[in-house]
Write a protein of this length. Structure first.
Length: 337
């Protein structure tokens, strides 16, 4: 699932298609044009996900500008198996990976029919024991968001997945703040690496901020997966558009992440090829600071370190001091022992 030295970038379309298949396909186009690795949608059955009494979240009320139950909202945004088959086929044609978030056991049959090898578990399902057990037994790669969770809840989910025979190397956990949009002060990127250290597991960031800084910083800190919402237009009506990036901003994000990967380079400290052409000019050699007659002892008074490289290295200064000159040297001559 994870390529070495390459951050997996997930364009989270979510429900930003507004329940419209044509908009969903346009989101695929936008994610592909932005060079995202995956585009992700949400698979759920509205009557399985929320009761008829469940209220909308505050951000949903604000962004939809409509008083309704959460189930009513979800029903309008729901896509069916036929829709997802079309979207997956279109993703294959466009050469971008297709991914789904799932919210219940009932959707696992659809996952099987779509033949998916990777699935995303949203933050709200981190303590959903029957769902975690069922997914683990399917032996799929799992990306698990950790919004709203205490560290003990993250540990509980990981242990449950492993207990049900899911290999640890098939699990990736995302630091996440479940607020739309998320304020920078609430991102808490350090938690990402503390989870990596504690669980010895792949980590990443599900970023709900309006800026790109959090995702870029996460990659610099070692994130292997970045998930960010994408929309065709952040002014469209719907629950998540306001916390999403438009295609241009998403493209900027991808480009910035790829630049960070280049900047990170390798852990091996050595001069790069571009530096080597400057080394002979910028580095110094031990040279005569004045005319030195044969037999004179080298000292800190009659020697200096000057450019260019090519003579005895200044690193050998202590070995040269006190030795006798075997020939006459003029000022600025390289010293030869």
């Amino acid at each position: 699932m994870i390529k070495k030295n390459k951050t997996i970038i997930i364009a989270e379309a979510g429900v930003n298609h507004n329940g419209n298949l044509k908009l969903a396909l346009r989101l695929v186009d936008a994610a592909k044009k932005a060079n995202a690795d995956f585009i992700k949608f949400q698979l759920y059955k509205h009557d399985h996900l929320a009761t008829v009494y469940a209220p909308q979240a505050e951000y949903q009320k604000k962004n939809t500008k409509k008083k309704q139950t959460q189930a009513a909202l979800l029903k309008k945004l729901e896509l069916n198996l036929g829709n997802f088959k079309r979207i997956k086929s279109y993703c294959k044609k466009k050469k971008i990976n297709f991914l789904l978030s799932i919210f219940g056991i009932e959707e696992l049959n659809i996952i099987k029919k779509l033949n998916l090898k990777i699935i995303k578990l949203p933050s709200g399902e981190i303590n959903n024991v029957p769902l975690l057990k069922a997914i683990a037994k399917m032996n799929l790669n799992i990306i698990l968001s950790t919004g709203m969770a205490e560290i003990k809840e993250v540990e509980f989910a990981i242990k449950l997945l492993k207990k049900n025979r899911l290999s640890q190397n098939k699990i990736c956990i995302l630091q996440c703040t479940t607020d739309y949009p998320t304020q920078l002060k609430d991102v808490n990127l350090n938690a990402m690496n503390s989870m990596k250290k504690k669980f010895k597991i792949k980590v990443g960031l599900s970023d709900h901020t309006l800026e790109n800084d959090s995702s870029i910083a996460a990659v610099a800190l070692g994130a292997e997966v970045i998930e960010k919402h994408i929309t065709l237009n952040e002014n469209m009506r719907g629950p998540d558009h306001k916390a999403s990036l438009n295609p241009k901003k998403f493209t900027d994000l991808v480009n910035s992440i790829r630049n960070v990967e280049i900047l990170l380079g390798s852990a091996h400290k050595k001069p790069c090829k571009a530096e080597l052409k400057h080394k002979k000019i910028v580095r110094k050699s031990i040279v005569a600071n004045k005319n030195i007659e044969k037999g004179t002892k080298f000292s800190e008074i009659n020697l200096m370190c000057k450019r260019p490289e090519g003579g005895i290295s200044p690193a050998s200064w202590e070995k040269v001091i006190g030795k006798k000159a075997k020939k006459n040297f003029k000022k600025d001559d390289f010293i030869i022992l």
